[in-house]
Design a protein around this ligand. Structure first.
Ligand SMILES: Nc1ncnc2c1ncn2[C@@H]1O[C@H](COP(=O)(O)OP(=O)(O)OP(=O)(O)O)[C@@H](O)[C@H]1O
Ligand SMILES: [Mg+2]
Length: 310
């Protein structure tokens, strides 16, 4: 059974189609990145999973259950909402304790203390949440999402408003929850470098449809023409070297990058053939590295083609 599954999910608001037959699935223990431009329908998708919205068509299930009608299944889910959703007049401590009770914890206090310590807000525990900064509220939201030790987390923009230190803390926390606790994590995010670091799989939503769904490794490996970075013994590659490489049959383009050169291979070109040709031509190679595209390039390409098609 999939931990999370959307099947032909459709949703319109006032005749405007937001989700048009969206299907994807997330396996247990995966950290899944759900990407797409502003207004693509990411938060709408989470709300459909949580049962806060009803789909026009299709199904959204979590651990095989419909959270809209299954209270027990809903208790095993943690959520970080886009807008936090705290009572601003109550203190951080009171807010967390309230949610602990709501989740059925008999004595949430020690867990609340533990989490406030973890996010570094112990000394502000008694202050009203309304007096907190954006990032402090975000951290508190994350603490609330994991308060009752759920086995599945929905995080809507977890790192928005967080400073670099806090971003790292949240990243490490998500990774440790997934690796040691086997937690499944569904993340809406615009921080593509963060997604590339922590997510095992991603789906890209644009124009109402899933434009791509794959492992981060496969998406980034497939995305670019094959390129390889090569450094030669003795340091900087000279113009003469670049020209010689450029003239090899399997090389489409060669240009300087850093101490070495970056070669783009032709459709038939293979890296071992390039290395052999260079060695045969008398070049002494210090280092060769295959380059993969970053997630941002892939993302932009899918989003642009998805938006054009819609
Ligand atoms: N309750 C609602 N009533 C009417 N329109 C809505 C409602 N909720 C969402 N929408 C519309 O649905 C579209 C998708 O919104 P959604 O919040 O899901 O986008 P998103 O992908 O989360 O964007 P962002 O990256 O900005 O958070 C938007 O056009 C939005 O205006
Ligand atoms: Mg959103």
């Amino acid at each position: 059974m999939h931990a999370i599954r959307a099947e032909n999910l459709s949703k319109s608001f006032d005749g405007r189609v937001v989700l048009d037959n969206v299907s994807f699935s997330v396996e247990k223990g995966d950290i899944f990145g759900y990407l797409g431009p502003n207004g693509a329908g990411k938060t709408t998708t989470i709300n459909l999973f949580l049962g806060l919205l009803t789909p026009d068509g299709g199904t959204a299930t979590v651990n095989g259950a419909d959270l809209g009608s299954d209270d027990e299944a809903r208790r095993r889910i943690g959520v970080l909402f886009e807008n936090n959703g705290f009572s601003e007049r109550q203190s951080a401590y009171e807010n967390l304790r309230y949610y602990g009770r709501l989740y059925g914890m008999e004595d949430p206090d020690s867990r609340v203390d533990e989490l406030l310590g973890m996010i570094g807000l112990n000394d502000r525990a008694a202050d009203p949440v309304g007096t907190f900064s954006t990032g402090m509220k975000r951290k508190l939201g994350i603490a609330r999402a994991i308060l009752h030790k759920p086995d599945l987390l929905f995080l809507d923009e977890p790192s928005s408003g967080l400073d670099p230190d806090a971003q790292r803390m949240v990243r490490d926390l998500i990774l440790s929850l997934a690796s040691s606790g086997g937690m499944t994590v569904f993340i809406n995010s615009h921080h593509l470098d963060e997604v590339q670091r922590i997510c095992s799989r991603v789906a890209i939503l644009a124009g109402g449809q899933i434009q791509a769904e794959d492992s981060v490794a496969r998406l980034t490996a497939s995305g670019k023409e094959r390129t390889v970075w090569i450094a030669f013994e003795g340091g900087n590659a000279s113009e003469h070297v670049i020209l010689a490489v450029q003239n090899l049959p399997m090389v489409e383009r060669a240009e300087r990058e850093g101490e070495g050169i970056i070669c783009t291979l032709t459709g038939e070109g293979r890296v071992p053939d390039l290395i052999s040709a260079l060695v045969a031509a008398g070049f002494r190679i210090e280092e060769a590295k295959k380059q993969s595209a970053n997630l941002e390039e892939i993302y932009l390409r899918y989003v642009h083609s998805g938006e054009e098609a819609s």
